[in-house]
Design a protein around this ligand. Structure first.
Ligand SMILES: C[S@@+](CC[C@H](N)C(=O)[O-])C[C@H]1O[C@@H](n2cnc3c(N)ncnc32)[C@H](O)[C@@H]1O
Length: 274
């Protein structure tokens, strides 16, 4: 047991077992992926042997965590990080038989329909999931009755009108994809593709964000100052869990990987009337 007390938190007892150096070395640019995964999985019923898609897994720390903590099989899928790097982390964690690294775009997934029992996205869904048509695509990969869950950075309340002044110094174009739990609920609920089990905001999530930031990037003064100035007014962590409705018909023609819905079907025909 290490005497290093960094990242130990009563709020996240499972994540607190993992070595801080391992967690920090697995950073993929966002929140503490173990904290987010632990928070999300307290409201997702994961059972040993289930097949889980960890979509946008980054360096796959969440995938290793999911397998170790719940005994699920995990397809650790990501676009910006290398599957060949991830397999080394997976091998060193001793979970090669239960975590499978895949390099793929969330808009063109190489999986069979209804293959997964559950899909989780940790601090990643914001990059593709705000598209109104995306849930209609992703839902095909989970069995009817299966769970889809997302958790990560978001807003406590939507920004109406101009960007608040205290956020301006830090704000970049990518941050427009941050939304509130209520926004995400509506985004999914109105489709009827899933029944919403839960959509909420982490109490004092900004403090958790700040705690993480102070450990992982203490020199990032801009973000730290913005979090302090905001004090949970806008910035925080959100999560959303939906269960796929068996009865909802998915609309295949508008899926982003159109090759799936329109396979090549060339039939030679005469060009001209004779
Ligand atoms: C902020 S990082 C979070 C990574 C990891 N889940 C974590 O919590 O550490 C966002 C992740 O989303 C992934 N991502 C963004 N767009 C994607 C896409 N179109 N398909 C698959 N993954 C995507 C990136 O590859 C990146 O790893």
């Amino acid at each position: 047991m290490t005497s290093d007390k960094r990242l130990i938190s009563n709020q996240f007892p499972r994540a607190s077992k993992y070595h801080p150096e391992w967690v920090i070395a697995s950073v993929s640019g966002g929140a503490n992926s173990l904290w987010m995964t632990e928070w999300l999985t307290t409201v997702m019923d994961l059972r040993p042997g289930m097949r889980v898609l960890d979509l946008g897994c980054g360096r796959a720390a969440s995938s290793i965590f999911l397998h170790r903590e719940f005994g699920v099989q995990v397809w650790a899928t990501d676009l910006w990080f290398s599957a060949s790097e991830n397999i080394q982390r997976i091998r060193d964690a001793g979970v090669l038989d239960g975590v499978f690294p895949i390099h793929a775009d969330a808009r063109s997934l190489p999986f069979a329909a209804e293959f997964f029992d559950a899909i989780v996205c940790i601090d990643s869904f914001i990059y593709y999931g705000t598209d109104d048509l995306y849930l209609n695509y992703l839902a095909q990969f989970v069995k009817p009755g299966g769970l889809l869950g997302i958790a990560g950075a978001g807003l406590v309340q939507e920004i109406e009108g101009l960007l608040p002044e205290h956020l301006q110094k830090w704000w970049t174009q990518d941050l427009w994809c941050l939304h509130s739990a209520a926004w995400w609920r509506r985004h999914w609920e109105r489709t009827g593709i899933v029944d919403i089990e839960l959509a909420d905001t982490m109490p004092d999530g900004w403090q958790v964000w700040l705690d993480w930031q102070r450990v992982v990037a203490p020199d990032n003064e801009t973000e730290i100052k913005v979090l302090e100035a905001d004090s949970g007014n806008y910035l925080g962590y959100v999560r959303l869990v939906g269960r796929r409705q068996g009865g909802a018909k998915l609309e295949e023609y508008c899926w982003p990987d159109t090759m799936r819905s329109f396979p090549p079907q060339y039939t030679k025909q005469p060009l001209l009337r004779t």
